[in-house]
Design a binder for this molecule. Sequence first.
Ligand code: 5RP
Length: 262
Amino acid sequence: MSGDLSPIDKAKFVAAKRAAQMVETGMRVGLGTGSTAAWLVRCLGEMVRDNGLRIKGVPTSTRTAELARQVGIEVISLDEAKWLDLTIDGADEFDGELNLIKGGGGALLQEKIVATASDRMVVIADVGKEVETLGAFPLPIEVIPFGWQTTQALVEETLVSVDVLGRESSLRMNGATPFVTDEGNHIVDLHLKRIGNARQLSLILNQIPGVVENGLFVDICDTVVLGHGDGKVEVRDINDGTVSTDRLDFLESNNLFSDLSD
Ligand code: 5RP
């Protein structure tokens, strides 16, 4: 079955599997959202079932919570956990300083709260997510539904004075209706093309009334686990400046490859 996976899915899987090895019994672990994070949850579920791993997971979306419960991970809320040992999540883009764009799956608000409440954040990604400068991927911002069009106009106006290439934005849709986040908000995607100063932009966006949070993760991520389609995995740590390389196989185990929905 793993032979049916595309190179990108294989890359996501090996990144997730390698990151799962960083999880130890007794840890409180933030569980990200998206297709790469779903692989992680499946890998951890397998370790819980087969290797006696005991962890408490704090999911970053209802989707992830459902999957975590399905695979046998004990799920608790962030308020129950209070602080986490480790959060592992995917990303839409990351740069050389491990600054990220997140929110492609619409879960950026819970993802940022959970990652910030962790001793360490590890990003799992396929090689296509690495960029020199953030911004080709549209930057999601979460806005409250009240007056969202005014908020959007204010954001576009504000972008005139910051170092970005594009200023267009679009309301994220779910079919014919606006996409609604787990917190009941909407997402506006900013088509910036290039973000010159991610830290400054993040601060400016969050000052606009109606903007709840933006998808820039600056100085939050410590480590990236980068998967390749041939099973190669690189682990880069920004704090100690180390890079290590591994190779994982795609050995099928249990039901890991049987549910590819996400
Ligand atoms: C969800 C996210 C995801 O981590 C991001 O979109 C990457 O997703 P995928 O692993 O499916 O490529 O930020 O809000």
